[in-house]
Design a binder for this molecule. Structure first.
Ligand SMILES: Cc1cc2nc3c(=O)[nH]c(=O)nc-3n(C[C@H](O)[C@H](O)[C@H](O)COP(=O)(O)OP(=O)(O)OC[C@H]3O[C@@H](n4cnc5c(N)ncnc54)[C@H](O)[C@@H]3O)c2cc1C
Length: 470
């Protein structure tokens, strides 16, 4: 499929339709991404104010075979929102469509436009005494359209599921400019193909999500957060199961933290307070939430004592105030900042069956050491979901550029191992442009053929996010 560039003439026509919502050339910030690994191109930036304007832009692009790169908060980590090569596309930002259209506490539903920032959705739900549980470190910048398009995960998947599980319906503009009005308020609706699930996780390749109906949950009355050192990843996993025996589904987060993540923060001066007297190679952060009579603190304390007797934990602390709780979470949330300051040789966002995480960590280390014993591993993440950010760093005093040759071998080694463990090379960040090759290598051929057929049927001109995913 050959596409045309968004030429100055095309941009003039677009401007006649959308007015001051079109900026050419695009503001440089829209051509960068969080890790500064890719630099984008674009003929213009279009910032529509409503779904009708989105439809008009898409129709014009489709008629002229001009590519569109949908843009949410720009926090994606796989270059889905950044197109580096090809005819200059229109970058379509949803930022001016950020209204919360409705919060309905009786139906437990919130309707938000795609450009609504995740943190603002959480606040709007809290104002109605409800919880919107999707929570990621980027929640102050990412937008719900981007979250749904990447089927974002985050720290509460263990209890509430990922973005897909929190969405009842979407409104979207399809590649021919038609509007899909699917803002369902229904919990049950078995009437044919569920197009919501096709658009969620499609990373902008099948259309543009313009609004979503989101599922709200009861707001926990009591939230308890603990930080514990553990002897090894198997003990961490046993601790999770031990806590679940007592607290069941009240556990919302269970994060594994590698000592290297903490040492990297120390090395680069990233703000954090380590809460225990002695550090361990492995630590976990646990959070649970419950209703009025949950007696969570007493139950968590009791369960942690019993875990210590079983030698599943070395030491632990339960936050005694909201300030302490935030300080514990700061450790987990600031790890990516330390990582970025050191600069990873290669990062992986992988998942394996939960029960196999310890064996995976055990198997991966010698393989990395065999490539270069000086490389440093920071393996952390959402243990309760079997999802690890398995990231490899240069030794102290060296930088990642010195390891360009090793990077490819490391990545292939880890992704091959993940495949052997029945896992995924992209647990929560998506495919974007960065992992298109991995999808070809590790994806099921039948699934890939079906994906291409769907793409060709809905987007025959290939205008939607060219070069991403398929
Ligand atoms: C510090 C940090 C922590 C992170 N933690 C997590 C985490 O814990 N879990 C996790 O899953 N991710 C995480 N991420 C990745 C990122 O925040 C998520 O992928 C997020 O969902 C992207 O949302 P966004 O609005 O920034 O989307 P963007 O980056 O703008 O876009 C992402 C993709 O979605 C497409 N897109 C955007 N909006 C639309 C739309 N309205 N319609 C159709 N397509 C669209 C884009 O074209 C692109 O392909 C993290 C990122 C950072 C920087």
């Amino acid at each position: 499929m050959s596409l045309n560039a968004a030429t100055p003439e095309f941009v003039r026509t677009l401007t006649n339709q959308i007015g001051e919502g079109v900026i050419s050339p695009p503001t440089p910030a829209y051509l960068e991404e969080p890790r500064h690994r890719y630099t984008g191109i674009g003929g213009c930036l279009a910032r529509p104010r409503n779904t009708g304007e989105v439809a008009a832009i898409v129709r014009l692009c489709n008629d002229n075979k001009v590519g569109i790169v949908p843009y949410g908060g720009g926090t994606g980590l796989v270059s889905g929102q950044i197109m580096e090569h090809g005819p200059a596309p229109v970058i379509l930002s949803l930022e001016r469509m950020d209204a919360i259209r409705d919060v309905d506490a009786a139906d437990n539903i919130l309707i938000a436009e795609a450009g609504a920032i995740l943190a603002n959705i959480q606040l709007a739900a809290a104002d109605a005494n409800r919880l919107f549980p999707l929570s990621l470190a980027s929640e102050g910048s990412c937008r719900i359209g981007g979250n749904l398009s990447t089927n974002a995960g985050g720290v509460n998947v263990l209890r509430y599921g990922n973005a897909r599980d929190l969405c009842l319906g979407v409104e979207a503009v399809l590649p021919d400019g038609s509007i899909l009005s699917g803002l369902e308020r229904l919990r049950k609706n078995n009437t044919g193909y569920d197009l919501r699930h096709l658009l969620i996780g499609a990373e902008g390749t099948l259309g543009i999500i313009t609004a979503a109906a989101l599922k709200l949950s009861p707001r926990p009355v009591e939230v308890e957060t603990a930080f514990a050192t553990v002897p090894n990843p198997q003990a961490a996993l046993d601790l999770l199961n031990h806590l679940r025996d007592d607290l069941g589904d009240l556990i919302s987060a269970f994060e594994l933290i590698d000592l290297n993540g903490i040492l990297f923060m120390e090395e680069t001066g990233v703000d954090h307070t380590y809460p225990l007297a002695e550090k361990s190679k492995w630590q976990v952060l646990v959070e649970c939430g419950g209703g009025v009579d949950a007696r969570l603190k007493a139950r968590l304390e009791h369960a942690l004592h019993a875990a210590a007797e079983r030698e599943l934990i070395l030491d632990a602390v339960i936050a005694q105030s909201e300030g302490q709780r935030k300080s514990l979470w700061q450790i987990r949330e600031h790890i990516p900042i330390g990582n970025r300051k050191i600069g990873s040789v290669v990062s992986h966002d992988i998942s394996v069956p939960v029960s196999r995480v310890p064996a995976f960590i055990e198997a991966a280390r010698p393989l990395i050491e065999a490539i270069d014993p000086d490389l440093r591993i920071n393996s952390f993440g959402h243990l309760g979901d079997g999802n690890l950010h398995y990231n490899i760093f240069p030794p102290m005093g060296r930088n990642r550029g010195d390891y360009d040759n090793a990077a490819k071998e490391v990545k292939k080694t880890i992704h091959d191992l993940v495949a052997q463990f029945g896992g995924s090379f992209s647990a929560e960040h998506g495919v974007g442009r960065a992992k298109v090759g991995d999808l070809q290598t590790y994806g099921d051929p039948t699934k890939l053929a079906a994906m291409r057929a769907i793409k060709a049927a809905l987007d025959p001109n290939g205008i939607m996010n060219p070069g991403a995913v398929v």
